[in-house]
Design a protein around this ligand. Sequence first.
Ligand code: NDP
Ligand code: KPL
Length: 343
Amino acid sequence: MRVLVWGAGAIGGTVGAFLVRAGHDVTFVDCAADHVRRIRGSGLHVEGPIDTFTVQAPAFTPDEVTGQWPQVLLCTKAQDTSAAAAQLAPHVTPDGGVVSVQNGLNPLVLNATFGEDRVLGSFVNFGADYLRPGVVHYAGRGAVVIGEQDGRLSARARELHALLRDFDPDAVLSGNVFGYLWSKLGYGALLFATAVTNDSIADALARPEDRALYVALGREVLGVAAAHGVTPEAFNGFDPAAFLPGASDDAANRSLDDLVAFNRRSAKTHSGIWRDLAVRKRRTEVDAQLGWVVHFGREHGRPTPLTARLVELIHDLEGGARELGRANLAELHAAMPAAAPTP
Ligand SMILES: NC(=O)C1=CN([C@@H]2O[C@H](COP(=O)(O)OP(=O)(O)OC[C@H]3O[C@@H](n4cnc5c(N)ncnc54)[C@H](OP(=O)(O)O)[C@@H]3O)[C@@H](O)[C@H]2O)C=CC1
Ligand SMILES: CC(C)(CO)C(=O)C(=O)O
């Protein structure tokens, strides 16, 4: 298949390299000029516990690329979605499809440029990192899902599902891709909370003294999802039913234990959020992920005090007004609603 991968970092670089190796005609676009130069020169190298290989493929910066593609995988960070959509629009054939391979509800953003019929959603939970120009780290397998926004199992969705199976043979074609994306917002809220400290994801989620906080946060997000009429989907240890209204603390703790086990199996110890704050020293996706939760919470009359406080803490960390550490979690504890469960 002829595919344009827009955003060739951790996710786009990893998926795209597997697709090249499987024989697909892949072109990469990325705004990091040094990365593009390296891919064009010595190739794109994937390393890590799952596979190590290098592929050769055309690569361009957004201002260099010419031509049109029938299928695009959009793999930028969520906050770059609108800008990328504007740059990308001339390079999609008039009936071409754009797949958001991102965290957050980005299909809703892409619809403004391409229209709902041409935008598909993909949910990924595998772990990867951009290491340096030309090199990505594929650290751990995780869920890979694709689907049309309206749930139709269209011919195009089936073709793209077949494509993604050349990356991960267990990729799923779903009639409920928003159910996965909302569940990832729930798990994502937990990841943002782990990222205010320097603990690994697994160590942070395992701490008994913080369990009530994670449960309250998960419940806040899944409560909004339910009010929004979404049926959230389970993946890789995240059991959304365990965070829905009426679920027991035991069920939520079991899901957290499963998430700890899932993350201990991955060579990606820390989230992309932590990496943005601690290593890459740049803005995170907090507004483009948790911003949706606060927005829809407001729309449905469901308060989201913990999520809103977490957004503030992440903004402080981004701006240098506070440093990573467990003291930040104490502030989140202080924002817990009185009725939240106790550890
Ligand atoms: N990494 C992971 O393990 C996981 C990530 N995700 C999600 O996948 C998405 C992609 O994340 P990830 O791959 O980690 O991010 P990366 O930062 O590694 O890769 C994104 C790449 O896109 C580039 N870029 C930014 N803006 C544009 C643009 N307008 N046009 C072209 N390229 C652009 C970035 O360049 P620059 O850095 O210079 O801005 C970067 O090279 C996110 O939504 C993330 O939450 C989901 C599951 C796991
Ligand atoms: C940690 C991970 C890979 C989910 O397992 C993730 O989604 C992220 O880094 O943002």
